[in-house]
Write a protein that binds this ligand. Structure first.
Ligand code: GLC
Length: 346
């Protein structure tokens, strides 16, 4: 048995060996630190959906108001995710200039968030032609991000870029990995350290994390979207197609089976995150208004709890439209939903 005198020396030797091993694997430890720290600060947020990602703001019934940001902050959220349809506001020919008035509108939203102490995840949403024909739209996609990134390069680091919401359709894993890497290279020349959010194909599905191949960059935050089971969260959602009407009446009760399925999905994401030393952000989750309120509340609470217990940040989909936690006509929060979203963070 070793005398107590030797134990500190042994501990010191073990610690030095560990330090040497870590210094020999530079990417991983440094990578983990920066992005994990940002993710902790991101905490819980809400998507300002159906506003700036409509072809034109207002087309889908939401025009951002200054008080939205104040309300979101006062309710206890830490950030807003800002979905934006850049492609309907940029020239179709090179150099694909984005309309200055639209850039100003996005600037306004970022400033409102900042003035209220909210971080921002700024994305590109609904570039339908890119999803139909990725090769034909690669140059335009990168050119738009070059403009956005150069324009916002002086912004503080409480702003993150998310290059594309839910890559899907003809954007397969190879195409997405390559498009993401090319775009990152361009964006990094003006924003060397800004946090960039990236998720897997198939609408940011947990099951596709394995196909995500990321460049060696320490400021990447990996996102997944969570809407399972879809027949519950998207019942009656017209954009899904006629089958969604057949799902009407589906409940979510938090049964042992439902909870086990949800836990398995979150465990899978956490395992991938650990293996690749990447933090995880549940950038969207929500249940549509056609589901009954009791089920929505239970499900929302359960997803929040999973995100928290796995150390993920999250953002509810969305503020004041069909999934809305806030009722813009009545000008009040839907209290059961808000409680489900914030009860564990207050
Ligand atoms: C995705 C879609 C958005 C939709 C939401 C819920 O973000 O882009 O349009 O409302 O998921 O289905």
């Amino acid at each position: 048995m070793l005398g107590s005198f030797y134990r500190p020396a042994l501990l010191w030797a073990a610690a030095s060996t560990l330090a040497v091993i870590l210094s020999l694997t530079p990417g991983k430890s440094a990578q983990a630190e920066t992005a994990f720290d940002f993710n902790r600060k991101l905490g819980s947020g809400i998507n300002l959906g159906n506003a700036l990602e409509a072809p034109k703001e207002g087309d889908w019934g939401v025009i951002l108001q200054p008080e939205y940001f104040t309300l979101i902050k006062a309710a206890g959220f830490n950030h807003v995710r800002l979905p934006v349809s850049w492609s309907t506001h940029a020239a179709v020919d090179a150099p694909y200039t984005i309309e200055p008035a639209f850039v100003e509108r996005v600037d306004w939203a970022i400033k409102q968030a900042r003035d209220n102490g909210l971080k921002v995840v700024l994305n590109m949403h609904h570039y339908e032609q890119l999803e139909a024909d990725p090769a034909a739209h690669t140059q335009r996609f990168i050119a738009m991000w070059q403009q956005i990134a150069e324009h916002l390069q002086k912004e503080p680091d409480d702003l993150a870029f998310e290059f594309y919401n839910e890559p899907a359709r003809n954007i397969n894993a190879d195409k997405w990995n390559s498009l993401f890497a090319q775009t990152l290279k361009t964006v990094r020349s003006s924003n060397p350290r800004r946090c960039v959010v990236v998720g897997p194909i198939d609408w940011n599905d947990v099951g596709e994390l394995h196909s995500l191949q990321l460049p060696n960059d320490k400021n990447l935050l990996v996102t997944i979207h969570y809407y399972a089971p879809k027949r519950f969260t998207h019942q009656g959602a017209s954009w899904i197609g006629p089958e969604a009407d057949k799902w009407l009446g589906t409940k979510w009760t938090g049964s042992a089976k439902e909870t086990a399925d949800m836990t398995a999905d979150f465990d899978k994401a956490a395992d991938w995150g650990r293996l690749h030393a990447r933090p995880i952000y549940v950038g969207e989750f929500g249940a549509y208004e056609k589901a009954d309120m009791d089920s929505r509340v239970l499900w929302t609470k359960a997803v929040r709890a999973q995100a928290q217990s796995h150390g993920f940040s999250d953002a509810y989909w969305e503020f004041c439209s069909g999934f809305g936690a806030y009722d813009p006509q009545g000008k009040k929060w839907r209290t059961p939903l808000l409680d489900a979203l914030t009860v564990t963070t207050k």
